[in-house]
Design a protein around this ligand. Sequence first.
Ligand SMILES: [Zn+2]
Length: 90
Amino acid sequence: MQKKEMFSNLSFGGKLQTIRCECGQKILVIPDVKEMGHAIESHAEKHREKERIPDKGNSTFERIQDSLIEQLLDLASLEGEREKSNLILR
Ligand SMILES: [Zn+2]
């Protein structure tokens, strides 16, 4: 199965899925692995910029990114594709 086909499962039925950051920001799930990864990264980057201590910024970045990716995988697992999406995203 192609990556794009697999990811398009996330918007099955035309219903848009979102993942939610701990800050309350919602991120629209789009059927494009690269774009989605970019959206998650740029949001996590915003959290990093808010931290004054660089080390803390890095761990915040990773925490936010992990949490968003986890939600994404949870959505993907609804379609029984968790293992495959894990391989793609990690
Ligand atoms: Zn956030």
